[in-house]
Design a protein around this ligand. Structure first.
Ligand SMILES: C[S@@+](CC[C@H](N)C(=O)[O-])C[C@H]1O[C@@H](n2cnc3c(N)ncnc32)[C@H](O)[C@@H]1O
Ligand code: SF4
Length: 365
């Protein structure tokens, strides 16, 4: 039974130099047409399940005009939510004002995710992003008047960044005392302005130091490190993202969205032109058992507490030890076991991708 839904709003007023997400320059007429098509996609696919989580991401959903937001919320009003739902909406700090916050609250949103990235305006040009520390701080404080479940996105490993300047940045994030912080090491993606500018990744050793510094500081301030890159105050895990890490099914609507419905993983077109012409899906794959199990491990090991062998057996009617021959990885200290859980130890989290690949290689067909 599907319990989660992601809706993508692929419009931004400004395009950041590092971003390869599905997004387009804001245009009121195109947004209006997009919402008509989104409504059709939702109506044709949503089967009236009561959802635990709804997540509206982008792009920049908060960039929509008041009229467009009202139209979006009318589309979203068809989703049934349970009593304990989590409904997240992504916001750019520049769009935040009391009217917007009131409108969001009136439309069932109870969690806000604000893309801060960095408070250091030295990165304005290279990221092609407006960075106004005072306004960022003031607007997050304003959000706190209305919402008690807030996430901030923090980006690090920025060009030329030092450990010292990262520490200053993290301290500002911490001072805002929000419930959740998602961290992202900058990836220089193909087809982005950063790539064209030949900007290089910072060196791996420094990136590892930054990663562990973030963990040290955030844990020191009472944040629980619950996923490789995500931290929260007790009880404030992102329920929506846990759907992904638990390998559960979810709807994905909108251009560039992905979904997992009735055993089929699908990707929607990233082309706004194709989407507006109702050519929605570009890729559909019926996931067989082997893929499902491998996804379970790949996603599940992102959680710091790891994978429960008991739950694995319940889900797949197989013992974890009979599916993966991971004794060697335990011996090497790349994986650990405690009670029923298999997990990546903290000291090895920085190389979690390599460990997960090694574990998948031990799959016993
Ligand atoms: C799709 S964005 C949506 C947030 C919102 N549009 C904003 O920028 O404020 C989600 C997050 O992904 C992260 N992100 C996007 N591109 C990235 C990249 N190339 N490398 C690392 N993180 C990235 C950023 O932290 C961003 O806030
Ligand atoms: S990072 Fe956010 S605001 Fe910047 S281009 Fe990407 S989606 Fe738009």
């Amino acid at each position: 039974m599907i319990k989660a839904c992601y809706v993508h709003v692929p419009f931004c007023k400004n395009i950041c130099s590092y971003c390869d997400f599905c997004k387009n320059y804001y245009n009121e007429k195109i947004v209006d047409d997009y919402l008509d098509v989104l409504e059709k996609e939702v109506k044709n696919n949503y089967k009236n399940e009561v959802l635990n989580t709804l997540y509206v991401g982008g792009g920049t959903p908060s960039a929509l005009s008041c009229k467009a937001l009202n139209k979006l919320f009318k589309v979203l009003s068809v989703f049934k939510l349970n009593d304990d739902y989590e409904f997240t909406f992504e916001c750019n700090y520049q769009d935040i004002n009391e009217d917007l916050l009131k409108l969001l609250k009136e439309n069932r949103i109870n969690r806000l995710s604000v893309g801060i990235q960095t408070f250091n305006n030295k990165y304005m040009n290279v990221l092609n992003r407006n960075i106004d520390k005072e306004k960022m701080m003031a607007n997050v404080k304003l959000v706190k008047k209305y919402f008690d479940n807030i996430n901030l996105d923090l980006m690090y490993a920025l060009p030329g960044e030092t450990l010292e300047s990262l520490v200053k940045d993290i301290e500002l994030f911490v001072s805002l005392n929000v419930e959740h912080i998602s961290t992202y090491a900058l990836i220089i993606e193909d087809h982005t302005r950063l790539k064209m500018l030949n900007v290089n990744d910072i060196d791996d050793d420094l990136q590892a130091k930054m990663y562990y510094k973030i963990i040290e500081i955030l844990k020191g301030h009472g944040y629980e490190h619950y996923e490789i890159s995500n931290f929260c105050k007790i009880g404030y895990e992102s329920k929506h993202n846990l759907t992904y890490w638990n390998n559960d099914e979810y709807y994905g609507f909108g251009a560039g969205a992905s979904g997992f419905v009735n055993g089929v993983r699908y990707d929607n077109t990233k082309s706004i032109f194709n989407y507006l012409n109702e050519r929605f899906k570009v890729e559909e794959e019926l996931v067989n058992e082997e893929c499902l199990i491998k996804d379970e491990v790949m996603l599940g090991l992102r959680k710091i507490k790891g994978i429960s062998k008991e739950s694995f057996k319940f889900k797949y009617h197989k013992q974890f030890e009979r599916v993966f021959d991971y004794k060697e990885l335990l011996k090497l200290g790349l994986l650990k076991e405690f009670n029923d859980m298999v997990f990546i130890p903290e000291s090895k989290l920085f190389v979690s991708n390599e460990i997960i690949i090694k574990l998948l290689d031990t799959y016993i067909a």
